[in-house]
Design a protein around this ligand. Structure first.
Ligand SMILES: Nc1ccn([C@@H]2O[C@H](COP(=O)(O)O)[C@@H](O)[C@H]2O)c(=O)n1
Length: 302
């Protein structure tokens, strides 16, 4: 068995990079082997979007989240920008605070999202200007994103993107990067426009970073096709992302990969305890791509 697990490391050299942390390397290798045994046909990928599929920073500047892409004079006023920034400065430190529990954070996240959505609705955002706002933004998917999206499509592996961001903006980002393939399902906060194409509400139950399990459970019927796939590769950048897989179904093998983008020293321990694999300040999809390449390679290739 030791020889078998070592073989996995040899086949996936990306897992030996100094930016890759694992609580229990042998468990990771065993899970990857089990997933490779079933192959692409038994696999599904569940991923967060902002700061997981998108970069956290580029050239020393933060890359905007889907909410922040809406901060464009085409769509919102200067006053709205100011209020959104104040809310971000108040609530983002709470979202990533390793000393508060998810239970403590939950009501505060509801406050943040609710206030921002109310501000956006007051602005009566125009649907027809969203694509231009995305084009003008500094939105950026992680390096290696094309290999990730294209490989999943080629292997017919479903990709569920579960995001507390803004669904309409998220779709536009992946559309403009030409990777919006038919194997993708998205659960997110979608805008509701009136007949004149002006934002009047957000649809459905609010999704924030700490209610993803409940959000996933409420979509279980729509996600029935995923229940036939026992193996899950789950990608996220927040501890709240870990609960999505529980909400979808019971699984045989789940491998979780967490991007630790910010406040690394303070959060390292909690991330290593929670995710199987932690990627520290890694702006690429190299590790998920290497793991996927291994899992979906046929056993004869080994
Ligand atoms: N007004 C807001 C609210 C949230 N955010 C950030 O977006 C992230 C949510 O999207 P996921 O795809 O990661 O689920 C969340 O982590 C917040 O930090 C924001 O920028 N502005």
């Amino acid at each position: 068995m030791i020889i078998a697990t070592l073989l996995v490391s040899a086949q996936i050299p990306e897992l030996t990079k100094s930016t890759v942390l694992m609580r229990e390397r042998s468990r990771v290798e065993k899970t990857i082997r089990a997933m490779q045994h079933t192959g692409a046909g038994g696999l599904q990928v569940i991923s967060d979007f902002d700061m997981t599929l998108t970069r956290f920073a580029h050239n020393g500047r933060r890359v905007p989240t889907t909410h922040n892409i809406l901060d464009n004079r085409l769509l919102i006023s200067e006053g709205c920008t100011k209020k959104m920034k104040e809310l971000l400065n108040t609530y983002y430190p709470i979202e990533i605070d390793p000393h508060r529990t998810a239970e403590e954070k939950l009501p505060l996240m509801v406050e943040w999202w609710t206030q921002v959505h109310e501000l956006l609705i007051e602005q009566r955002i125009r649907k027809d200007l969203l694509a231009q706002a995305v084009r003008e933004s500094r939105a950026m998917l992680r390096d290696g994103y094309k290999v990730f999206f294209d490989h999943l499509e080629e292997q017919q592996v479903p990709l569920l993107i579960f995001s507390a961001g803004v669904g309409d903006v998220l779709e536009e980002v992946i559309q403009q990067n030409r990777v919006f393939h038919p194997n993708i399902r998205i659960i997110s906060n979608y805008m509701d426009f009136d007949q004149a194409g002006l934002l009047r509400a957000f649809k459905g139950q609010l999704i924030h970073s700490f209610n993803k399990r409940e959000g996933a459970m409420s979509h279980v019927a729509a996600l029935r096709e995923l229940q036939a796939r026992p193996n899950v590769l789950l990608l996220g950048d927040s501890l709240g992302d870990l609960t999505v897989a529980d909400g979808v179904a019971e699984h045989q093998n789940v491998l979780t990969i967490g991007f630790l983008n910010d406040q690394v020293e303070d959060r390292r321990e909690s991330y290593v305890n929670a995710f199987d694999v932690v990627l520290v300040k890694d702006e690429t999809m190299d590790v998920p791509n290497a793991v996927l390449r291994y899992i979906t390679s046929s056993r004869g290739d080994k």
